[in-house]
Design a protein around this ligand. Structure first.
Ligand code: NI
Length: 219
């Protein structure tokens, strides 16, 4: 996902800093944009999570993520059709709801999501593969997700709010789904610069606490 304006690279501290500093032989990869076939196919499961090959893909994804200043990146977005996601959630971006935690840089191999309950809510999303635009997307409010780490171990978390939303957005990329394909109301889809100045539109596209959303929309 893209950070919303106001969360640019300059004012979002990267928990991933240490990893970036100690990574070598990395490459910044080109971001695939909506319409490219790699974004519209189901990515292959990673059969060797601990391989040097997988580590190399992840290193390049991390450098690319840092370069573009995003919060998350899925391998298909850099033309690699494998089930790999990297993301982090700065505290400044998380809400106050249950399980809406900030998270340090997380590398997920073959992630799987299980919705906890049927409840969904609307909020705004942006995507590096859909530049300059933003849309309001219904997502499950609470999920459990699990994945394989680079060392082959398994992890899982329960997530709510923006945390849950970000994970659903990234994992959708592995199934060839971009956020506009989840949208139900295309009035809530527009150029980011215009949309951010449209107070009523911003409000109607967010199910979050109105006070907090108002602040953010006005910023
Ligand atoms: Ni995206």
């Amino acid at each position: 996902m893209n950070p919303k304006p106001g969360n640019t690279r300059e004012n979002v501290p990267l928990d991933a800093g240490t990893i970036f500093r100690h990574s070598r032989h990395m490459a910044i990869l080109k971001i695939a944009r909506m319409g490219h076939p790699v974004l519209h196919q189901v990515a292959a499961k990673v059969t060797e999570p601990t391989s040097a090959d997988t580590a190399s893909v992840v290193r390049n994804m991390l450098e690319t993520l840092e370069d573009v200043g995003g919060l998350g990146l899925a391998a298909p977005q850099v033309h690699i059709s494998k089930r790999i996601v990297v993301f982090f959630l700065p505290a400044a971006r998380t809400g106050e709801g249950p399980n809406d935690s900030s998270e340090k840089l997380t590398v997920m191999i073959n992630p799987e999501i299980e919705p906890l309950g049927a409840e969904k809510e609307l909020d705004w999303e942006a995507c590096l593969s859909v530049p300059d635009l933003m849309g309001s997307v219904p997502r499950y409010t609470k999920i459990k997700y699990r994945w394989t780490n680079l060392d082959g171990t398994q992890s899982d978390r329960v997530a709510g709010g923006f945390h849950a939303r970000a994970v659903q957005h990234e994992c959708d990329h592995l199934d060839g789904i971009l956020y506009p394909m989840r949208m139900e109301d295309f009035k809530l889809f527009g150029y980011s610069k215009e949309t951010h100045m449209n107070y009523d539109l911003m409000r109607s596209g967010s199910a979050g606490p109105k006070d907090a959303t108002d602040e953010e929309a006005a910023a």
